[in-house]
Design a protein around this ligand. Structure first.
Ligand SMILES: Cc1ncc(COP(=O)(O)O)c(C=O)c1O
Length: 367
């Protein structure tokens, strides 16, 4: 049955016949790192032109069988999302603004010529999967279940046109802290050789191709001893855009903030959007305006810029310490977490963990 708002899709549930034993699972989630420890189950839903979305299953996590000619393997028709299930203060699990991920998923689908998935189906698939695999929630400080919904073009056809068959999947991964060191601040290499996204390109979409293209610049940053790469705009190589997987904020000595505007070349982060609201409520002024790399250096050196931080689902809010490029390096503020960064991080985390009032209805409890 095709899905619609009136006819919510039904999931066929097939429990894993041989789930991982309690002992092995406990070992795996004791120190899960990021993106390596996967749970027992997954969701799959098929799409084709005749049936729309159909065949929804919540079953054992297992390898896919794909025709070698299927479109995703050749033309990268693929999109994904990333969000977390958190443990709330009262012990229940919660999702943070999952409908925003559903909306962004459909915006990415539009850009990649893929079918839209009803928001309710996206969220319900996640809800059911997280509940079924809740035993994988890591019992560690800052632990979460990282949720990875994605869609691939499965039609076996080598012509370059939108495919006529797709598969939507959701998998889960037990997650500790994203940054291995749990470092108080990250160091940034500003790439003047590579760009991430050009006007009219796919920068605002969460498609695999964007991330494939960021691997070499990221590796260059790491080779120089830095944690992350920062991209500048593709037209002038001047304006600061974002990191490989995080948005950016700058904090000035008058207490105001700047974040690059959503002009189509950066990902509209849900953390970014949440922080815009939280900062406003905290009485802080945030300007969504372009910020030049030269200005960043000058402001850091003059002391006008007191803090900078990166934000995203995986990294939450992470201060930026050292910044380097071919032109040399500089440090932002004290090189560690600043007051405003810490205040915004604490506020966001307290909403996500249910220890403060959720006045926007951002948290969806999973009971
Ligand atoms: C390129 C990029 N920018 C920013 C973000 C932050 O987005 P969000 O806050 O929704 O996780 C992500 C992570 O999804 C990303 O991949």
């Amino acid at each position: 049955m095709a899905d619609s708002a009136d006819h919510p899709i039904d999931f066929t549930r097939t429990p894993h016949p041989a789930p991982v034993s309690d002992t092995i699972r406990a070992q795996a989630i004791a120190d899960p790192g990021f993106g390596k420890v996967f749970t027992d189950h997954m969701v799959t839903i098929e799409w084709d032109e005749d049936h729309g979305w159909h065949g929804a299953t919540l079953g054992p996590r297992q390898p896919l069988s794909l025709d070698p000619a299927c479109a995703v393997l050749h033309y990268a028709q693929e999109i994904f999302e990333g969000l977390k299930a958190y443990r709330l203060a009262d012990g229940a699990m919660g999702l943070f603004r999952p409908h925003e991920n559903a909306r962004r998923f459909n915006a990415s689908a539009d850009r990649l010529a893929m079918p839209n998935l009803p928001e309710q189906t996206f969220v319900e698939a996640i809800r059911q999967l997280v509940l079924v695999d809740s035993g994988w929630f890591p019992p560690v400080q800052g632990g979460s279940l990282y949720i990875r919904p994605f869609m691939i073009a499965t039609e076996a056809f080598l012509g370059v046109r939108p495919a006529k068959q797709y598969k939507f999947l959701v998998i889960l991964s037990a997650a500790g802290n994203y940054f291995k060191s749990g470092a108080p601040a990250v160091s940034i290499w500003v790439s003047q050789d590579y760009t991430r996204a050009a006007p009219g390109g796919t920068g605002a979409a969460k498609c695999g191709g964007n991330y494939a293209a960021s691997l070499v610049p990221h590796a260059n940053a790491v080779a120089r001893g830095m944690d992350q790469v920062c991209f500048l705009d593709a037209a002038e190589h001047r304006w600061v855009e974002e990191l490989g997987g995080m948005n950016l904020f700058f904090v000035f000595d008058d207490g105001s903030l700047v974040t690059p505007p959503l002009t189509g070349t950066i990902l509209p982060g849900i953390t970014r959007d949440s922080l815009l609201t939280i900062a406003g409520e905290e009485g802080l002024t945030v300007r969504e305006e372009r910020y030049a790399f030269d200005q960043w250096r000058a402001d850091a050196q003059s002391g006008l810029l007191t803090e900078a931080f990166a934000c995203g689902t995986a990294a939450v809010v992470t201060p930026i310490g050292k910044v380097a490029s071919h032109d040399g390096e500089f440090t932002v503020g004290s090189g560690g977490p600043g007051q405003t960064t810490q205040r915004l991080r604490d506020k966001l985390v307290s909403i996500q963990r249910g220890t403060t009032e959720d006045r926007h209805g951002w948290v969806m409890r999973l009971d």
